[in-house]
Write a protein that binds this ligand. Structure first.
Ligand code: PMV
Length: 308
């Protein structure tokens, strides 16, 4: 039997601007994770149990573009495993689905590594990362690649589209509260709306993206040096620019304000915006108070996580 697990992720700085070549920072969220267990089976075929998504099936009964089936098919093809072995796969995840926490990429990374280990197919991190990016493309069109990178390396990442990922060191651990508005907001749509803005006035929006890029650049240094208190102001600045880009929403603004009122050092939306998640930087001793205030202000659930 072989097991593997992978964390969730959250974008700290630079969403949307990253689509236009500016840097973004993202970190793993170890509080939540996807886990996969692979064992040999007496039954013929590859049997999948994923109770979180109510999936109990043999591989060949699933459509080939099913997210889990496509990982298995592509892996077995890549690893040139033939004939298919008889396997039992147990897949579970505590990462909320479709909420910007990278649940899809985490399942892919854990599943790929568990299969590779069980079938003695050695795979370097770079290969797991590249493979997961290909799978992400099947399901998400044109992802920037930030999710697969953070989740594969389980390290903070400084990400510039099209460039090799740079992981970086955290000088001093810090605590963030993640709060979910509970509003499903497809990233595709907010990305398309930002593109319309950009097309209507490229000079103006390139300037805004450049400002955000400068914030991400500064934030990396601040995190590496462990100047945690300075991070809050950078989050607030980034949030103001995201509001100008129309990707915040009344619900996100309410949560950001509630977090600041409850003592957060800074707060902003995270990911595509319009709904989904926001994040607040907090002193560890204020984490519970901020989390409670966020719930009172309408958050559907919160996660307190340490970035190390
Ligand atoms: O909602 P998430 O975590 O998938 O983040 C989307 C981030 C964007 O910059 C808006 C889009 C992208 O592909 O990077």
């Amino acid at each position: 039997m072989t097991t593997s697990s992978a964390p969730g992720k959250i974008i700290l700085f630079g969403e949307h601007a990253v689509v236009y070549g500016r840097p973004a920072l993202a970190v793993p969220v170890t509080k939540v994770h996807a886990e996969v267990e692979v064992s040999d089976s007496e039954r013929k075929g590859i049997w999948i149990d994923a109770p979180d998504v109510d999936l109990h099936a043999e591989l060949n009964t699933l459509a080939s573009d099913h997210p889990i089936a496509s990982v298995i098919h592509n892996f077995l093809f890549l690893a040139r495993v033939s004939p298919f072995p008889n396997l039992q796969l147990e897949i579970s995840s505590t990462i909320p689905v479709a909420s910007g926490l990278g649940s899809g990429a985490a399942v892919t990374v854990a599943l790929t590594r568990a299969l590779a280990a069980h079938l003695s197919h050695s795979m370097r991190d770079e290969e797991v990362n590249a493979f997961t990016y290909e799978i992400e493309k099947i399901h998400h069109g044109t992802p920037s690649g930030i999710d697969n990178t953070v989740i594969t390396y389980a390290r903070p990442v400084y990400f510039v589209k099209g460039q090799p990922a740079e992981t970086f060191r955290v000088g001093e651990p810090f605590t963030i509260v993640i709060a979910d508005t509970g509003i499903a907001a497809p990233t595709r749509e907010s990305v398309a709306d930002v593109r319309k803005l950009w097309e209507s006035d490229k000079k103006r929006w390139e300037n805004v993206f450049a400002e955000i890029g400068d914030i991400s650049f500064a934030a990396r240094r601040v995190i590496e040096e462990g100047w945690v208190k300075m991070l809050g102001a950078l989050m607030d600045e980034n949030q103001t620019l995201l509001q100008q880009m129309t990707v915040s929403s009344p619900e996100l603004d309410t949560l950001v304000e509630a977090a600041r009122q409850a003592g957060a050092l800074g707060a902003k939306l995270s990911g595509g915006g319009r709904g989904g998640n926001m994040i607040a930087l907090v002193e560890p001793e204020h984490a519970e108070t901020v989390s409670r205030s966020l719930k009172e202000a309408g958050a559907k659930h919160t996660i307190i996580t340490q970035v190390v």
